[in-house]
Design a protein around this ligand. Structure first.
Ligand SMILES: [Mn+2]
Length: 286
């Protein structure tokens, strides 16, 4: 049993984790029910279990991919978090991800607020890794409300880890300083309106990445029409099929980790958790 784990509802088609699994590439779902730096609409702490619940509506056969789920999929449970303390929670998360990595399991982290993605990338190691970031927001501030570690600074902290590159997809909100920083720092961002008009080109950008890739999805990359239960909704976003095509363009990439953050669904059948479960499943089925 991994440290700091409990045993909640599992993601559809996943197996319970046991210590005797063979060492080869496989996925492990990890929930991090934490949302303490959220500034507008709280509730992302409910995301991990809401996504799991929504996953029960999926079929083992993926029609759009014409593929049966073939990957080994484990659900590692939810991590113990310390509400109100992102430093302590991050510390627990780093050691948990390190343990997952040692088992040669590729983590699929379900948030939870976006601030925790930093710890996952840090524990996996950013060297040579290109981070593909789906989001409405750039999250490149150096500090937010005086805090260095926050949902609004997460990509800046990941930048500080010196990854090979950062590619932001679906952006439609940011400050002038963030935009300037991105241009100076070589962070490539593609706005939502550009992506919608140039979807094939965006697919090509993603599929031509060389080397290891980390994928972080803030579900607010989708338009609030499809994902209203998020902490900072922003109009003019992608639709689910556009996002699905971009996830499909990760096929054959060496993805070392994947996360899906900011789902704050509070009831069964909520459209945000349904779309989030689909995004996770699209990735798992590749
Ligand atoms: Mn966002």
């Amino acid at each position: 049993m991994l440290l700091y784990m409990e045993d909640p509802l599992r993601f559809a088609f996943s197996k319970e984790f046991n210590d005797e699994i063979p060492k080869s590439k496989q996925y492990g779902i990890l929930g991090v029910p934490f949302d303490s730096t959220t500034t507008y609409l709280p509730g992302a702490r409910f995301g991990s279990n809401a996504i799991r619940e929504a996953s029960y509506n999926l079929e083992r056969y993926h029609l759009n991919l014409d593929k049966e789920l073939s990957k080994e999929l484990y659900d590692l449970g939810n991590m113990q978090v310390v509400h109100g303390n992102i430093q302590k929670t991050s510390h627990y998360l780093e050691s948990t991800i390190q343990e997952v990595k040692d088992l040669e399991i590729i983590p699929i982290t379900l948030g939870g607020e976006h601030g925790i993605s930093y710890s996952v990338v840090k524990a996996l190691g950013a060297q040579d890794v290109t981070v593909v970031h789906f989001d409405a927001h750039m999250d490149l501030r150096n500090a937010y409300q005086g805090e260095k570690y926050s949902h609004a600074t997460v990509m800046r902290r990941i930048y500080d880890l010196n990854p090979e590159g950062i590619i932001q997809v679906g952006i439609r909100s940011g400050t002038k300083d963030e935009s300037k920083f991105a241009q100076q720092a070589g962070v490539k961002y593609y706005t939502s309106s550009w992506v919608k008009e140039n979807l094939t080109e965006m697919e090509n950008v993603i599929s031509s990445i060389k080397g290891p890739v980390y994928v972080t999805v803030d579900i607010d990359v989708l338009d609030p029409a499809y994902a209203p239960s998020v902490s900072t909704p922003c109009t003019g976003g992608l639709n689910p099929l556009e996002l699905q095509r971009l996830i499909f363009s990760l096929q054959d990439k060496n993805v070392v980790g994947f996360d899906l953050m900011e789902v704050s669904s509070r009831c069964m059948g909520d459209i945000t958790s349904i779309n989030a479960a689909q995004v996770v499943y699209d990735f798992i089925c590749l």
